[in-house]
Design a protein around this ligand. Structure first.
Ligand code: UDX
Length: 441
């Protein structure tokens, strides 16, 4: 099929490359000409495993094309996917400016029937707004559908090809030309389909992300209780998660969720609830617990070290999670700026996110290191903020030798208490007992 993808961010690029891999001719359109020029030269604006390879293969085969011309994209495609950002507005609502803008541009350019598909996460009933915009601009009949993305950064290509479920919402919620085209598009993907009305499809995405964020905040609340009572959150999560009704995924306690989706989607869902006079206290609590995790972690470092003034802290991991260079709403932003505000010097290392981190004002003053060992040299404490696999396999004996003091604050619970105890580290993690803390502080 001939497809256009409007917006070449994480979602748009992965979606475009994967549709090309499924045998479609794909045009990726973005109004940012600089970005399009880079993409034409094979330069990815983001890091996502295997994306560069996929883009290169299908561009060479002529199945993937990058343009900044919306008319061309609309003219050549029967399916047009909206993959532009929906960031949080000042009041927490989803800012639909970009979605509305491109929808208007599409409507102005359209000469024949097209299906316009919401791939970006949008609040429930956005389709009604978009429908209105299209009708204002053109008399040509177009259908709107919603096929929300469910990709996790770091494994996005795998997630696209092997989804848990495909959600397709259309205006009729049943057999219609938009649905038939979308089912045809996904015919080679083995996955259960959820064919629903378009309002439900929009809401499914927000509800899914809220449910995941809620699970994490729940286990983080339990982790606080573990720290006060001597229970171990990993043991608790393992047994709680073994109940099939609950499930073990997304029960890892830590310094909380970040990224581009959970924070803004939760805010947007709270906003929609408020608009409909629905009590959103549950979601507010989910949000508050998450914010609290970061602050509490900094307080723990400060009290553990007897103050932060003049202390040198080595930070391992900056991105909001492993496998990505994405710094959006990363816990590291709050934690590092707070450590520096309270007087600490910060050395930092991340395998992928340092270039993006350097652009952030909150990180001015951070010293970037070439690897984990340089980061650890002479520090008063090492702090782990992202659970990159390579941090698990560090030579701990060498680390202990080069650190000023053998103190680790682990915000992602990557090491075993037994190992840390045996090697003589003071080791403070989340929701687990502190190890050797008396002997070091
Ligand atoms: C999320 C959704 O998972 C995906 O379906 C949606 O389409 C986009 O948003 P993503 O933001 O890429 O994907 O990351 P995800 O893997 O869900 O992690 C989100 C955050 O939660 C990360 O900061 C991660 O560190 C944190 N997390 C995750 C935990 O703190 N504990 C967990 O158990 C799981």
């Amino acid at each position: 099929m001939n497809i256009s993808i409007i917006g070449t961010g994480y979602v748009g690029l992965v979606t475009g490359a994967c549709f090309a891999r499924l045998g479609n001719r794909v045009i990726c359109m973005d109004s940012d000409k600089r970005k399009i020029d880079l993409l034409k030269d094979g330069v990815m604006p983001i890091f996502e495993p295997d994306l560069e390879k996929l883009v290169s293969i299908y561009t060479k085969q002529g199945m993937l094309e990058f343009v900044d011309d919306v008319e061309y994209a609309v003219d050549k495609s029967e399916l047009i996917f909206l993959c532009v950002g929906t960031p949080s507005g000042a009041d927490g609502s989803a800012d639909l400016g970009a979605v509305k803008g491109v929808c208007r541009d599409i409507a102005k350019a359209v000469k024949d029937y097209r299906v316009i598909i919401e791939k970006s996460t949008v609040p429930v009933r956005t389709n009604e707004v978009l429908n209105g915009l299209i009708r204002e601009e053109t008399a040509v009949h177009c259908d709107i559908a919603c096929n929300p993305e469910t990709l996790k950064e770091g494994t996005a290509i795998h997630d696209f090809m092997n989804p848990d479920r495909l959600i397709i919402g259309t205006e009729t919620g049943g057999a219609d030309s938009a649905l038939i085209r979308l089912i045809n598009l996904y015919r080679n993907i083995a996955s259960p389909y959820y064919i629903v009305d378009i309002n439900s499809a929009e809401l499914i995405k927000h509800a899914s992300n809220a449910a995941l964020a809620q699970k994490i905040s729940f286990i983080n609340m339990i982790a606080q209780l573990c720290e006060k009572t001597g229970a171990d959150v990993i043991e608790v999560a393992r047994a709680v998660g073994a109940d099939k009704r609950i499930g073990r995924d997304f029960l890892n306690a830590g310094i909380g969720w970040g990224g581009s989706c959970f924070p803004k989607d939760l805010q947007a869902l709270m906003y929609v609830c408020r608009e409909h006079n629905i009590d959103a206290k549950l979601l507010e609590a989910v949000y508050c617990i998450n914010e609290g995790q970061r602050g509490r972690f900094v307080d723990r470092i400060e009290s553990g070290l007897g103050g932060l003034e003049g202390k040198v802290i080595g930070v391992l991991g900056l991105s909001f999670k492993p496998g990505t260079d994405d710094m959006r709403y990363a816990p590291s932003i709050h934690i590092i700026s707070e450590l520096m505000k309270r007087g600490a010097e910060v050395n930092a290392y991340d395998p992928k996110a340092m270039e993006k981190a350097k652009e952030l004002e909150e990180f001015f003053g951070v010293v970037y290191c070439k690897d984990e060992y340089q980061t650890a040299e002479g520090v008063d404490a090492l702090v782990i903020l992202t659970e990159w696999k390579q941090f698990e396999w560090l030579d701990k004996i060498e680390l202990r030798r080069i650190m000023g003091k053998p103190v680790i604050f682990d915000g992602r619970n990557i090491y075993s208490l037994d190992e840390m105890e045996r090697l003589g580290f003071a080791y403070i993690s989340i929701g687990r007992k502190a190890v050797n803390s008396g002997s070091v502080f």
